[in-house]
Write a protein that binds this ligand. Structure first.
Ligand code: CP
Length: 316
């Protein structure tokens, strides 16, 4: 049986908890001397990235390999798209080679939903336009769950998501995942960088909330997605919304500092994260492998009990 992962809203709160529980099991696999299991042997996972990526692409490929799936990487710039082949024909052509899951990143909102309509393979959304990035959201909440030892949920947890929310698929998906687990999420942004949707808690004053949050989630300034000047200049942005040395001193040592990456050093993060006791930015990257193993297993495995597939380590 295959199923897709397209958005946190479609996954739902129960689905988020199911993936996080599965990620605990995958994290245990990843702590083994030989972190490889035969759970998805015989399956093929194809990465199709129309936008650049370091973390998402490499961690999906690592996750697939640790589950013993075969991997294919579609290189957009070397493909027949340059000869005018459509996205639909491209997907159907790759699917005809026997693909069980597509991991797709595309600059257009909704592209993964189109792909799902063209193939019987599972489709995992690795980021579409400004819209959704569900596996980033899952690794974010998994990082909070493990760092703060909150396996039962986030009731009472105060999260501030700071920065360019308007252009951020991460902000949308991560907010949805935190809220699904019971957290209170405040958006902190200049009004020009807010999306035209209703959100309960919004402020343009980071200094009003910084001492009271359990999680400070900094977003990347997405210069490549801005078509007009939405902030006067980056220095002004950092003064009002960046994590500066002065603001870092006001943070509780227990406050987790998170960022999806890549970081604009000196803009949203103007301190060395290694000097912040609560920084978990590298932990987010590490957890991305366990979470994406959980997602691929959840989408592709016919076995509702993962432990039987994970007990037997792959022979070297
Ligand atoms: N956070 C994130 O999606 O990073 P990449 O663009 O490097 O995949």
């Amino acid at each position: 049986m295959t199923s897709s992962l397209l958005s946190i809203d479609e996954l739902g709160a129960d689905g988020v908890r199911r993936i996080l529980d599965l990620a605990d099991t995958m994290a245990e696999v990843n702590r083994r001397p030989n972190p490889k299991v035969p759970a998805l042997r015989g399956k093929t996972v194809c990465s199709v990235f129309f936008e650049d990526s370091t973390r998402t692409r490499l961690s999906f490929e690592t996750a697939a390999k640790r589950l013993s799936a075969d991997t294919m990487t579609f290189a957009v710039s070397q493909s027949s798209l340059s000869k005018g082949e459509s996205l639909k024909d491209t997907i159907e052509t790759i699917a005809a080679m026997g693909v069980d899951a597509f991991v797709i990143r595309h600059g257009s909102t909704g592209a993964p939903w189109l792909v799902e309509g063209w193939t019987n393979a599972a489709v995992v959304n690795a980021g579409d336009g400004w819209h959704a990035h569900p596996t980033q959201a899952l690794l974010d909440v998994y990082t909070v769950r493990t760092s703060l030892n909150r396996p039962d949920g986030f009731d009472g947890l105060r999260v501030a998501v700071v920065g360019d929310i308007k252009h951020s698929r991460v902000a949308r998906s991560t907010t949805a995942a935190f809220k699904a687990l019971g957290a209170d999420v405040t958006w902190v942004a200049p009004t020009t960088l807010l999306p035209p949707v209703v959100h309960e808690h919004v402020t343009d004053r980071l200094d009003d909330v910084i001492e009271d949050v359990d999680v400070l989630y900094l977003l990347r300034m997405q210069n490549e997605r801005m078509t007009e000047a939405l902030v006067p200049n980056l220095r002004e942005y950092t003064t009002r919304f960046g994590l500066t040395p002065e603001r870092a001193k006001r943070l509780s040592p227990q406050t987790l500092v998170m960022h999806p990456g890549p970081v604009n050093r000196g803009v949203e993060l103007a301190v060395d994260p290694s000097e912040l006791p609560g920084a978990v930015i590298n932990q987010q990257v590490t957890n991305g492998i366990s979470v994406r193993m959980a997602v691929l297993f959840d989408c592709l495995s016919a076995n509702p009990d993962p432990t039987s597939d994970l007990e037997r380590p792959e022979l070297p």
